[in-house]
Design a protein around this ligand. Structure first.
Ligand code: PNS
Length: 157
């Protein structure tokens, strides 16, 4: 059975993430979606809330499991025995960071592959960072996040 892990901050999960999650779930027998800590970002939602939002947004996808981890990605890869890590690539601007992270992690643990998947073009500009900024400035993000996430955002206001 081929299992992949899709790590990310998912703060919050966007329709772009969901697009990539569906593509990855079609490619692998099982997909583990892992909400993680990115120490260079100040989160809007706590880790457990991000897991809850992922669970609500992905309820219709049968072969996925939603988890969280707080340590290194390479440790999660070993623990869950996955053969691949999935990351979304929206544009060339994502590539440098993704390449560096993938190569650094591969140097530490060479026993898996990183696979980059592109979301549909309509999501190529959607990012959690911009969604948070729009929310903080009172804008409407309903076109970019699942309904359950929108409800959480509205409750936060
Ligand atoms: O959605 P993001 O913020 O781009 O996801 C980044 C994430 C969470 C995948 C990355 O920060 C990560 O792997 N964090 C776990 C800690 C870790 O392994 N850091 C070393 C990265 S080289």
């Amino acid at each position: 059975m081929k299992t992949a892990l899709f790590p990310g901050s998912f703060d919050p999960v966007t329709l772009g993430h969901i697009d990539v999650i569906k593509r990855a779930a079609n490619l692998f027998d099982k997909l583990i979606v892992a909400a993680a800590v990115n120490i260079s970002k100040e989160p809007m939602f706590p880790l457990q809330k991000r897991v809850e939002m992922l669970k609500n947004s992905c309820a219709s996808i049968k072969n996925i499991e939603i988890i969280s981890f707080e340590g290194l990605l390479v440790e999660a890869i070993k623990y869950y025995r996955v053969s691949a890590v999935v990351r979304g690539l929206r544009a060339i601007s994502d590539f440098e960071y993704e390449f560096q992270m993938a190569m650094m992690n591969r140097e530490i643990n060479p026993d898996y592959e990183t696979i980059f998947l592109m979301p549909s073009p309509q999501y190529s500009f959607v990012s959690s960072r911009m969604i948070k900024e729009i929310v903080l400035l009172g804008g409407d993000v309903s076109a970019f996040v699942p309904d359950s996430v929108l409800r959480e955002i509205n409750e936060k206001k």
